[in-house]
Design a binder for this molecule. Structure first.
Ligand SMILES: *[C@@H]1O[C@H](CO)[C@@H](O)[C@H](O)[C@H]1NC(C)=O
Length: 206
């Protein structure tokens, strides 16, 4: 990882500015714009197909919101098909159309309210015609809340359970930095919270 990012830095700042190389490396993914992707085999921008736009990383194309994928050969030869009006959402994997009772995200996927998880398939993997938004049971003994991706109910953060005997950190308890504190305990110093965050980031980056 470290070696890879060193090499990357070396390439971007040392090799690419050389005129002879720059001629062949005219574009970076960000320069290609929304309708083109960065073709790494030719080191150039290439157009996305019909009803497509640049993927998040810029190195391939994805279907526009409201269109499902009908083929995708590792990001090459993607083709897309419009979803019918009564199933105007696209599943999170991009392959199917689905009805979204609680509305759509800007990317055209189904949206669920906070602390409800999005369910698109039954237990055996069969796709539902209409997505479900399931509320996570935050009381004893489940103590569950939605995970960061909003796709599973998981046991909620332990300070919430300790302090409030639920997944709800409401008055008079105090929610800060993702942790729940008893009101009379007082808040931890801002310094402590920052230090905690820094350590967390370091662990994540490692
Ligand atoms: C959560 O689960 C408990 C125990 O199974 C149940 O009694 C309670 O009604 C549920 N709460 C909600 C909000 O569904």
């Amino acid at each position: 990882m470290a070696v890879h990012s060193l090499l990357h830095t070396f390439c971007v700042f040392t090799l690419l500015p050389l005129p002879s190389l720059r001629r062949n490396y005219k574009h970076r993914p960000a320069d290609c714009g929304a309708d083109r992707y960065f073709d790494s085999s030719r080191l150039a921008c290439a157009p996305c197909g019909a009803h497509q736009r640049q993927s998040a990383g810029g190195s391939s194309c994805v279907c526009e919101p409201g269109y499902r994928m009908v083929s995708n050969n590792d990001g090459f030869s993607v083709s897309c098909e419009k979803c019918p009006e009564d199933m105007s959402g696209v599943t999170q994997d991009g392959w199917n159309c689905i009805a979204c009772p609680k509305g759509l995200t800007p990317n055209g996927n189904c949206k669920c309210p906070n602390n409800e998880i999005l369910v698109e398939r039954s237990m055996d993997g069969i796709l539902l015609n209409e997505a479900l938004c399931i509320h996570c049971n935050g009381s004893e003994q489940s103590f569950s809340a939605s995970d960061a991706s909003g796709s599973r109910c998981i046991r909620c953060e332990k300070t919430f359970i300790q302090v409030s005997k639920s997944c709800d950190c409401s008055n008079p308890n105090i929610l800060t930095g993702g942790l729940c504190f008893l009101a009379q305990e007082g808040l931890p110093e801002v310094k402590e919270i920052i230090a905690l965050w820094l350590c967390f980031e370091l662990i994540l980056l490692d």
